[in-house]
Design a protein around this ligand. Structure first.
Ligand SMILES: [Zn+2]
Length: 426
């Protein structure tokens, strides 16, 4: 049996077990104590990938390693182990050749290193279906969450309830996504980038007194939110999404992700974002103050040509027209007029094609030239809010936490009908 299949089927058992426990979990129950350090995975040697993945662990696929021809893993004893793809097998510098390897740290409770990052648990190294290698981190849920939170928040300025809310949202997202994928027959792993949640391995703080205070706050927040998840009114895992800032109103997941069904919770008002957005909008364009809500960006000729080409309307975008907006004026879809045809696309697709880090959100206040007017050399966008706008707003969460809101209040504001429960896990 290929290790991939073995890993997935064992994860399925684990996920199903977790789900059964979850359904019976009373709200607000304190989670059972979990080990502070990862389990002892043993010998520190690279060995064949036939181990089980117990409940409470998951697989995270490392996007940067996709199709790498060779890589080096540290934390396995003296020196590093080098792996390289050679035809149908992987060659390890210890002399072994296999179809896959499961690498574990030498020291019990130790961590592996790869490309300057540190990982608890095990690294599974397999052949990629195209070429080269593929790496997945088999990691305990709580260690995974401890790696996600500092990648998704600015820990230096984060308030404790904000960190707790982010940890609970991230844990719920991970479990809900894996269970959904399992149910629909998709592979049960999470990407370590924005396709799921950003996870850069273990958090490694600095040694200055200020950094240690930050880390202590982060560890306290993780401990007090350990094992907690958000349930919907039907007692199932909430379909939690989060984003950087909403611009004043969140949108429902059904509006942000029209291609996915079953996401029905409501949009809510976000007063902190509305006020910050208005303040930032009044700043002169040349003001270099770091903006959290308001943004602008000009799509140049090449970016627009790429868009036209990607959606099949020719080589040039002549105009954008007939925007459909939701009740908060957030774009939902737009007609892109090209030199060889036109096509209505969702704003999700528009952002994906132009680059979500550039076209930062869908609450677009204006364009220049205006909608329907001919585009000559470029197209200017001005908007508020960063990200898809569904679910938990991180700027709002930060501001409400500063005002004294608890993690529970924050989550229940952005996720209507939510209640917090504990996942009994090992
Ligand atoms: Zn907001």
């Amino acid at each position: 049996m290929r290790p991939t299949a073995a890993g997935r089927s064992w994860f399925a058992v684990g996920a199903a077990f977790l789900f059964l426990l979850l359904v019976g979990a009373p709200a607000c129950q304190l989670p059972p104590p979990l080990p502070q350090e990862p389990a002892d995975y043993g010998t520190g040697r690279a060995r064949d990938a036939t181990a089980e993945i117990p409940s409470g662990e998951l697989l995270v696929r490392l996007a940067d390693q996709e199709e790498r021809l060779e890589l080096e893993v540290g934390g396995v004893g003296e020196g590093e182990l080098r792996f390289s793809a050679e035809g149908e097998t992987i060659r390890c510098s210890n002399g072994e050749r296999r179809a896959s390897f499961r690498v574990v740290p030498q020291r019990p409770r130790g961590a592996l290193t790869l490309d300057g990052r540190s990982y608890y648990g095990a690294l599974w190294i397999r052949l990629h279906e195209n070429q080269g290698l593929r790496v997945e981190n088999q990691v305990g849920l709580e260690h995974y969450i401890a790696g996600v939170v500092p990648s998704e928040l600015v820990l230096w300025s984060a308030e404790e309830p904000e960190i707790e809310a982010q940890a609970i949202a991230a844990r719920t997202y991970a479990l809900q996504s894996l269970m959904h994928r399992q149910k629909t027959g998709s592979a049960a792993f999470l990407w370590d980038d924005t396709r799921d949640q950003v996870y850069l391995g273990n958090y490694r703080g600095e040694s200055s007194p200020a950094a240690q205070r930050v880390e202590a706050r982060y560890r306290r927040a993780l401990a007090s939110s350990r094992g907690r998840v958000v349930l919907n009114s039907a007692g199932q895992l909430y379909d939690v999404r989060f984003h950087a800032s909403c611009g004043g109103n969140t949108c429902s997941p059904a509006e942000a992700f029209p291609s996915e069904s079953g996401l029905h919770h409501a949009a809510v008002a976000c007063e902190p974002c509305r006020m910050i957005g208005a303040k930032e909008r009044a700043l002169p364009a040349t003001d270099s103050t770091r903006r959290r809500v308001h943004w602008n960006w000009t799509a140049d000729g090449p970016a627009l040509s790429q868009l036209a080409h990607a959606i099949g309307v020719g080589q040039h975008v002549l105009a954008l027209r007939d925007v459909k907006v939701d009740r908060h004026a957030r774009w939902q879809s737009v007609v892109v007029e090209g030199d060889q045809g036109h096509l209505r696309i969702s704003v999700e697709r528009l952002r994906r094609e132009l680059g979500p880090a550039r076209l930062k959100g869908s609450a677009i206040l204006r364009t220049w030239p205006a909608l329907g007017d001919p585009i000559e050399s470029g197209l200017f966008f001005e908007g508020v809010g960063r990200g898809h706008g569904a679910g938990l707003c991180q700027v709002g969460s930060h501001e409400y936490a500063r005002q004294g809101w608890s993690a529970r209040q924050i989550l229940q504001h952005y996720l209507p009908g939510a209640r917090i429960a504990a996942v009994p896990s090992e």
